[in-house]
Design a protein around this ligand. Structure first.
Ligand SMILES: C[S@@+](CC[C@H](N)C(=O)[O-])C[C@H]1O[C@@H](n2cnc3c(N)ncnc32)[C@H](O)[C@@H]1O
Length: 496
């Protein structure tokens, strides 16, 4: 068990007990997503404090950690910051783009230079499209296809809000004849739970003006070399939600007595397009997000790490010639490419049954990245009937992956799986696992207090569990983990 050594190594100035208590305290009550971790709204991302607690508790410096479902990539950054080697994979190109940004962010100065150039190339043209009788508009309030209000930045800090004129409406509607020229078509499914249809196209989600402006930004971004381009594309994917028809309007909040008041909401998980919605100036959305990223780069604490990107190169990390791999790959393929008994720790967070259909939700981002996701390989239970992603296939897939994980960890290695699901069947693979594995125990893991919606349905789960498995007949004594509040030797049952 690595706990004692690693705590001592990384916190030499603190007493062992203080360090353990601090980490445990942060694990139990993680703060909101800060800096780089707050920049992109990736689905189901885990709090940095929880991830770093697991790394510190379950591995030591120099160890090889694998996460085949790396998602937002927090674990890759936290592992590198603690001197571990990390091999991360994900089927979702959007997840890989964000993980690569986290592992090797560009220098703030270089990104700022690129943003200044992009501003010179695109801003005037974009803002021209928002020119109204009251100046350059920042927001348009729509009721379906009817333009109600136009807001613009006035001389004071307040927004000038007024009813739309006939000219504003005619101009706004004239953009609806614009069709995407650079962005590939969307590939979605009939899925009522996330409000999609298989024939969805860009105009279902964005008005023509936003599509044109996204394409202007996209073509300017494509001119940059890989690292800067990836960061710029992440800015674009993280800002398009606010450019879409999915930004709801909040009416009359707080029982306003001075008449109706409308505030700008946000877009939420799923492709819900509210009748009353905002169209927001695309330049403002893009530059706000860019500003957030630059700010977080200025305060970043991780030195720059090279990483390998191809599945055929992961051995470089196993052999200690590189410290990191971030591969766009199916978990089965990634794990199969590793030698048996080579991994010290697998810490991962597979999709939790039907909770979040990652690839369907990320389709908008992947189309903007110019990449296609391999939907057939996704480990998920989806309400999209023609995907055939049901509980049986999910249980079989997860069981297979757990077996592969068992092959790959060393005899003294560990597997930590973050999980929760309200449907009993989703737990099956974790309960009736490969007989070479021992289930050691589990403990609850909080969501971040600033967490985005974890589930989009009523009765959503309130926390996850960390399930610990060991290999073979090794029974590890883990006094520290066993002292975590809520530790249990029984597999948790589905609960909310
Ligand atoms: C629960 S999320 C991981 C979240 C991550 N721990 C974080 O903090 O952001 C699960 C991830 O598994 C990915 N995924 C789904 N099926 C996969 C597969 N067959 N192989 C690899 N990744 C897959 C999804 O794209 C998603 O990013």
């Amino acid at each position: 068990m690595a706990t004692k050594t690693s705590f001592a190594q990384s916190n030499s100035q603190l007493s062992l007990q203080d360090a353990e208590e601090r980490l445990l305290g942060e694990f139990l009550q993680p703060a909101g997503y800060k800096g780089l971790y707050g920049f992109h709204k990736y689905w189901g991302k885990k709090p940095a404090e929880c991830v770093s607690f697991l790394i510190e508790s379950l591995s030591k410096e120099g160890d090889l950690i694998v996460d085949p479902f790396i998602g937002h990539g927090t674990i890759a950054r936290e592992a590198l910051a603690r001197g571990r080697r990390i091999i991360g994979g994900d089927l979702n190109p959007a997840a890989i783009a964000i993980t690569r940004l986290l592992v090797k962010p560009p220098a703030a100065r270089a990104l700022q230079d690129a943003l200044n150039e992009i501003e010179k190339k695109t801003r005037i043209e974009i803002e021209d499209s928002y020119q109204t009788s009251g100046g350059i508009a920042s927001h348009f309030l729509w009721d379906d296809e009817m333009l109600l209000e136009v807001w613009s930045k006035g001389s004071s800090r307040q927004l000038d809000k007024g009813p739309a004129t006939d000219d504003d409406a005619a101009d706004a509607l004239s953009w609806n004849s614009y069709h995407a020229q650079l962005l590939r078509p969307l590939a979605l499914f009939n899925n009522g739970r996330i409000n999609t249809r298989s024939n969805f196209s860009w105009p279902d989600l964005f008005c023509g003006r936003a599509i044109r402006n996204i394409e202007l930004l996209y073509s300017a971004i494509l001119e940059y070399p890989t690292e800067i381009r990836n960061a710029l594309l992440c800015i674009l994917t993280s800002s398009v939600g606010q450019m879409s028809k999915m930004v709801f309007a909040i009416s009359n909040r707080g029982g306003n007595t001075k008449g109706p008041k409308t505030e700008v909401g946000s877009w939420v998980i799923g492709y819900w397009r509210p009748k009353l919605h905002f169209e927001i100036n695309a330049w403002n959305c893009f530059s706000n997000k860019a500003g957030k990223l630059i700010k977080s780069l200025n305060s970043r604490g991780l030195s720059r790490h090279e990483y390998v990107t191809d599945a055929s190169q992961i051995d470089e990390v196993v052999q200690k010639r590189q410290s990191c791999a971030v591969v766009n790959s199916d978990a089965v393929q990634l794990l199969s490419g590793l030698g048996d008994d080579t991994v010290d720790l697998i810490v991962t967070d597979p999709p939790h049954g039907d909770r979040i259909p990652y690839l369907e939700l990320s389709e908008m981002w992947n189309a903007i990245l110019g990449q296609s996701a391999v939907f057939e390989s996704e480990l998920v239970v989806s309400d999209a009937k023609n995907r055939n992603k049901n509980e049986v296939a999910y249980e079989y897939g997860l069981g297979k992956i757990l077996s592969l994980m068992c092959d790959k960890i060393k005899s003294e290695g560990l597997i930590a799986i973050m999980f929760n699901a309200s449907i009993e069947e989703s737990w099956s693979a974790l309960a009736s696992f490969d007989t070479r594995l021992n289930f050691a125990g589990a403990f609850p893991m909080a969501y971040s207090s600033g967490s985005v919606v974890q589930d989009n349905r009523a009765g959503s789960l309130k926390h996850d569990y960390v399930l610990i498995y060991t290999k073979g007949s090794n029974s590890h004594h883990m006094p520290f983990l066993e002292s975590i509040p809520g530790w249990t030797c029984k597999l948790p049952s589905p609960q909310i």
